[in-house]
Design a protein around this ligand. Structure first.
Ligand code: ADP
Length: 236
C-alpha cells in the first residue's frame, strides 16, 4: 500500500503555548484513522496544519504525489459550522460549490458539473434533498450535504473534524456507516472524534493525541495497551 501522508517531527505553538510536540506518523492508502484526545489536546490544530491552513509549523508533512497534484483532499467541517441557516441556497447548490476549488478563474458550472451533483447525491442517498433549502434540513441531513460537497471533487483523502458531535446516536451511526462505505470504495479517511466507542468498529488505526503523540498504531493493538487504559481513566 502506498503512503498517502507522512508527518515527521511536527511541532507547533500559538504565541508561546506549545500545542503540538514532535508528532510523527504515516497514513497509507485505504486507512481509516481515528484521531482522539481530550479537549485542547491539539486535534483541530493538527487538522488545520494537514489542510494547509497553518503554514508556520516545524517539521515535515509530505503528501503522496497524486494527492497534491489533483488537489485531492476533501474536508468536512464540524457540524453545521460552514452553513448559515438563513443562507438561501438549496442542498444541490451547496454540493456544487465543492467543485469550485478545481475550477480556474471562470466559476461557471457545466452540464457535467450538474450531472456530478446528481451522482454524488445519489451515492450518499440524499437525492430527495436536492431542491430543499439548507436551512430547512435536519442536522443529520445537513451533515450528509457537507459530506457530498466534499465528495463531489472525488478526493482520495477525506478529513473530518467531529462531524457528528451534534447528532443523535442513530443518525451518527448511519453517518459512520456511510463513511465506512466510502472507505471500502478506496477513500482514505482521517476522522477526529470524541467518541471512540462509536468509531471503533470502523477504524483500522488510532492516533491518540495529548499535544504529543500518546499512541499511533492499529486499533487492535491499542485495545490492549496501557494508553487505552489511560484514555478511559483506568490507570492501574
Ligand atoms: P482540540 O481540537 O483537541 O480541542 P485545539 O487544537 O483546538 O484542540 O486546541 C489546542 C490548544 O490550542 C488549546 O489550548 C487551545 O486553547 C489553543 N488554541 C487553539 N486555537 C488557538 C488560536 N487560534 N490561538 C491561540 N490558541 C489557540
Amino acid at each position: 500500500m502506498s503512503s498517502i501522508l507522512e508527518v515527521k517531527g511536527l511541532s507547533f505553538k500559538y504565541d508561546r503555548q506549545r500545542v503540538l510536540e514532535d508528532i510523527s506518523f504515516e497514513v497509507t492508502e485505504g486507512d481509516y484513522v481515528g484521531i482522539i484526545g481530550s479537549n485542547g489536546s491539539g486535534k483541530t490544530t493538527l487538522i488545520k496544519i494537514l489542510l494547509g491552513l497553518i503554514p508556520s509549523y516545524e517539521g515535515q508533512i509530505k503528501y503522496g504525489k497524486d494527492i497534491l497534484k489533483d488537489n485531492s483532499i476533501g474536508y468536512v467541517p464540524q457540524h453545521g459550522a460552514a452553513i448559515d441557516k438563513l443562507f438561501p441556497a438549496t442542498a444541490g447548490e451547496i454540493v456544487a460549490t465543492g467543485l469550485l476549488s478545481k475550477k480556474g478563474r471562470l466559476k461557471f458550472y457545466s452540464k457535467e458539473d450538474y450531472k456530478k451533483v446528481d451522482t454524488v447525491l445519489k451515492r450518499l442517498k440524499i437525492e430527495n434533498l436536492k431542491n430543499k433549502r439548507i436551512g430547512n434540513l435536519s442536522g443529520g441531513q445537513r451533515q450528509r450535504v457537507l459530506l457530498a460537497r466534499a465528495m463531489i471533487a472525488d478526493p482520495k483523502v477525506l478529513i473530518l473534524d467531529e462531524p457528528t458531535s451534534a447528532l443523535d446516536p442513530e443518525i451518527r451511526e448511519e453517518f459512520y456507516k456511510l463513511l465506512k462505505e466510502l472507505n471500502d470504495e478506496g477513500v482514505t479517511i482521517i476522522l477526529v472524534s470524541h467518541d471512540i466507542v462509536s468509531i471503533e468498529k470502523y477504524i483500522n488505526k488510532i492516533l491518540y493525541l495529548d499535544k504529543r503523540l500518546v499512541f499511533y498504531g492499529g486499533y487492535d493493538e491499542f485495545r490492549h495497551s496501557k494508553e487505552m487504559a489511560r484514555y478511559f481513566g483506568l490507570l492501574t
